[in-house]
Design a protein around this ligand. Structure first.
Ligand code: HEM
Length: 186
């Protein structure tokens, strides 16, 4: 599996556009800045919805009304983050593929995605029985707490990608080398 991932990343690295982006004076920074700034839109809205479901904030406003009002900007923010994220990956594909922080981030992104899907399904199923004020059903509060934990992890691991503590050129243990996917292609 590691060899397949590194082969794919090496193939992407062969594109002129990938090198041009990585070596660009401004473009890479602008895309990364957009990736970071969109956090406020995406995670800012998501956190308000999750904190409402947990009953920690805006407990006097019906949760479905908050979710309905913030859903569109949240989804737009999410789409921009995913697009800019893939462009950042395309610019430095091999090093990013071999970053344990990026790998942990992808695992948490998938977990956060599955949790969001289950959460939305549960909200739709309970929509007509949800209380207008106060705490939400336990199943929804668990989903909101997991959501906050997963996305906090995505942010921390996203930030850690910039640090080369466990990059393949370092003196890694066999386990860390496997985790980072350090393979020599024939
Ligand atoms: C949608 C949810 C996402 C969130 C909340 C998120 C969050 C972050 C954060 C906080 C950083 C650190 C930025 C910094 O301080 O330098 C980051 C960096 C990064 N993200 Fe994301 N990200 C998301 C999706 C993605 C996706 C889908 C990819 C690629 C498939 C991606 C690829 C990257 C890369 C390569 C970096 C490192 C940039 C660098 O250090 O030069 N991100 N992300």
């Amino acid at each position: 599996m590691n060899e397949l991932l590194v082969r794919f990343a090496t193939w992407l690295d062969g594109f002129e556009a990938s090198t041009a982006l990585h070596e660009s004076i401004y473009m890479y920074s602008w895309i990364e800045t957009t990736h970071v700034l969109t956090l406020m839109v995406f995670l800012g809205m998501l956190m308000i919805i999750d904190l409402r479901v947990l009953g920690v904030a805006f407990a006097d406003i019906p949760a479905p009304r908050i979710a309905a009002a913030l859903d569109k900007p949240m989804v737009i923010g999410f789409v921009v983050m995913v697009i800019t994220g893939f462009i950042l990956f395309f610019a430095i594909p091999v090093r990013t593929t071999n970053s344990i922080w990026f790998r942990f981030k992808v695992v948490l992104l998938i977990a956060a995605g599955i949790n969001a899907w289950l959460f939305r399904r549960r909200i739709r199923a309970l929509e007509h029985t949800l209380p207008e004020r106060g705490p939400m059903p336990t199943s929804l509060r668990k989903g909101a707490a997991l959501s906050l934990a997963f996305w906090a992890g995505v942010v921390v691991f996203g930030r850690a990608i910039a640090y080369d503590w466990f990059d393949c050129h370092k003196d890694l243990t066999p386990f860390m080398s496997w985790l980072a996917g350090c393979v020599e292609l024939p």
